[in-house]
Design a protein around this ligand. Structure first.
Ligand code: PMV
Length: 323
């Protein structure tokens, strides 16, 4: 029996990934930029056992079968092929953030799975190989592998589509205040969303303009220019949701409180506070700010009707071995 445990953080996209040029390999239509979220994490233990008849998956103490298990077995198959082994594995995963709180957990889950399973199988991949492997489980997971502020260069095939760190966590002391406005599971997940992105007449314009937004965002991070960052991440989030809302079938992830927060954030910024919003494939709002104003932001967000909870994170490190 061979066992390894890894820990990974989820990440919040500042320039979003939406739509694939290759759905099966999860090669994205455009590059993306994110920051890892310290404070939120997934810890996964993988053990390959000759006696197991099939792979087993336990998430937060509950056995998972069906599609969820299939997605994990697909990654284990890639690892088994690399390592030249046949044993089935037991996978035990725990999130320290409330599950079903509407926080995308697949990025941290597949990043931790990629590292734990490859080490348990006796294969030590490079960071690039690990990012490519995590990408196969969930595109955004490739961005949870490197540390801090991360860019996923879209590439055109399996070999050149992976993420790299553009700045370490200590480069810029930013924070994320995640305003939970709805804790249920979303009706349409991102795998289906990527698949229909091209049905929106706006997607081609969003993709064509992506290199410009990526340049502005990367520069804003490297120069620690919050005002430039605020404008580009709100534009990028709004553009992705415009595509979602105009695809077939249309995807409307926002709730009334989501829009309330957009207005509040813009008012606060107009009054001189460094704050900006971004939203993934769900109704909850990630409010990005420098860490010195995080407490104030948390307090203000909690006063908005419809905000059920606020989770706090700072910029996180790379996926790593744990215990
Ligand atoms: O990695 P996926 O397939 O769950 O897609 C993530 C999509 C968004 O969260 C909406 C954007 C992003 O870049 O993370």
């Amino acid at each position: 029996m061979s066992t390894a445990t890894a820990l990974a953080h989820p990440n919040i996209a500042l320039i979003k990934y939406w739509g694939n040029r290759d759905d099966a390999l999860r090669i994205p239509s455009n590059g993306s930029i994110s920051m890892n979220l310290d404070g939120l994490s997934t810890r996964t233990t993988v053990s390959f056992q000759p006696s197991l008849p099939f792979d087993e998956l336990i998430i937060n103490g509950r056995e998972v079968t069906g599609k969820g298990l299939e997605r994990v077995s697909d990654i284990l198959d890639l690892v088994r092929a690399q390592a030249g082994i046949k044993d089935k594995a037991e996978v035990i995963s725990e999130n320290n953030f409330p599950s079903g709180a509407g926080i995308a957990s697949s990025a941290a889950a597949f990043a931790a799975l990629a590292l734990a399973s490859s080490h348990a199988a006796g294969w030590t991949p490079s960071e690039e190989q690990l990012s490519r492997l995590a990408r196969r489980g969930s595109g955004s997971a490739c961005r949870s592998i490197p540390a801090g502020f991360v860019e996923w260069r879209a590439g055109t095939c399996d070999e050149d589509s992976f993420a790299v760190s553009i700045a370490p966590p200590e480069h810029w002391d930013l924070a994320d205040c995640i305003a939970i406005v709805h804790a249920g599971h979303k009706k349409t997940g991102s795998t289906e969303g990527h698949h229909i992105a091209g049905t929106s007449p706006l997607q081609s314009a969003r993709v064509a303009d992506a290199p410009r937004r990526l340049d502005i965002c990367r520069e804003a991070i490297l120069r620690r220019d919050f005002d430039a960052l605020a404008h580009i991440i709100e534009l990028d989030s709004d553009m992705m949701h415009a595509v979602m809302q105009t695809s077939n079938p249309p995807l409307l992830y926002w709730q009334a409180a989501t829009v309330e927060i957009f207005h509040a954030v813009r008012d606060w910024r107009a009054s001189g506070l460094a704050v900006a919003y971004t939203v993934d494939a769900g109704p909850n709002v990630h409010v990005i700010c420098p860490r010195e104003v995080q407490k104030e932001m948390e307090h203000r967000l909690r006063e908005i009707p419809g905000v059920q909870d606020v989770l706090l994170a700072k910029v996180g490190g790379a996926t790593r071995m744990n215990g």
